[in-house]
Design a protein around this ligand. Sequence first.
Ligand code: UGA
Length: 442
Amino acid sequence: NPTGSPRLTVIGTGYLGATHAICMAVLGYDVLGVDVDRGKIDKLASGEVPFFEPGLPELLAKALESGRLRFTTSFEDAGAFGDVHFLCVGTPQQPGSDAADLSYIDAAVRSLAPHLDRRVLVVGKSTVPVGTAKQLTGLLHELAPAGTDVELAWNPEFLREGFAVDDTMRPDRLVFGVASDWAEERLRAAFKPVLDLGTPVVRTDLATAELVKVAANSFLATKISYINAMAEVCEAVGADVKDLADSLALDDRIGGKFLKPGLGFGGGCLPKDIRAFAHRAEEIGVGQAVSFLRQVDDINRRRRARTVDLVRELLGGELSGKRIAAWGAAFKPNSDDIRDAPALDVARTMHGLGAHVRVYDPVALDNARQAYPELRYGDSALDAAEDADVVVLLTEWSDFRRIEPDALARVVRHKRIVDGRHALDAAQWRAAGWEYRALGRS
Ligand code: UGA
């Protein structure tokens, strides 16, 4: 490569891979995005990002225009092109089990390895059970014509949906799990513009690098469930979890991030990662060490049930036949992702109990409609609230915050609102004559 910087391939162009490929090309690398899904590849190659992520479509256009980003379905091309290969495929929860499904990452390595005939670095970025990298190293050495010249490193990814571009371009830290100085040097070359910003690097072994990722997500999930456990206690004694959280947050040692009480966590990462971690820990005989993660999961699930109970209480004990506006479908704002979305879980439970639920979400509506055609959908927040007996805020989009109590009062049947995310100003809504209820507040 005449420029001296390594040529990169990114294998798996889902959420993580597409973001990584696009950002790396914008940072100046020659990048080849690889996926077995021809539809995905065609979309990306024509400038379309197949999911919602602020700022990413503009960067894709820029990367394609520069000529530094191309896409393929051919692993042969990938092997010929890349000096550093990033593995970015998904590791979802296995159906009917808590374990992670490693079939995609296994298939990616099996497809790539036969085309690796020179000394290259393969870098895992996917979230995997600890020990996976060791297994994949064996597989690479066995299947690659270059044998043990091919090295595997682990570089976990910490990007958040909704902030993916910024998290990729300006991460808090880079973790390099490597087995040699050469692998570290290659990784440094592959992240040069990011390192030039002064980004801290932790160099460690493969197993630690794998663990950093699940430990981080487990910590975040635990923090959320901690404050939601306090909400349960607050509910029992008529205390206020919002004031409690605000007070804890003012202690620097605790901090306010991921301490927002409410409906709890969802999405394609936190829920499945804590389950896969607990499962893996049991497999390797240290289940007890992280058995609390099962409780973190339970606390989180109870928030969903409690939200339904709160709506039922507000409606006088009966959901059947009631008209309910469900505001929000995405697992969090600024995302169209509905994987394990608390909002849709609550909406579906209420629907199952005989309520007439009408869902609205500013961005995730199409995804929700496709996944759950049995629910009804509104064209706007106010449309979904037409004649409603109660409005339930489930995802804290800023669009919902901006709605005035009086404007909403004109369309609903009853002025009742359940704020599942502590997104609204309780005093303002009560002053406007609304019955306002929120989790963990009297
Ligand atoms: C999470 C991690 O934050 C990322 O660092 C990680 O890279 C990513 O998983 C991953 O493993 O790929 P993400 O799933 O995009 O990122 O979403 P978060 O911003 O972490 O939110 C997760 C859930 O927690 C959302 O449902 C959100 O509503 C909820 N949450 C968050 C709370 O209920 N309370 C809070 O205080 C914060």
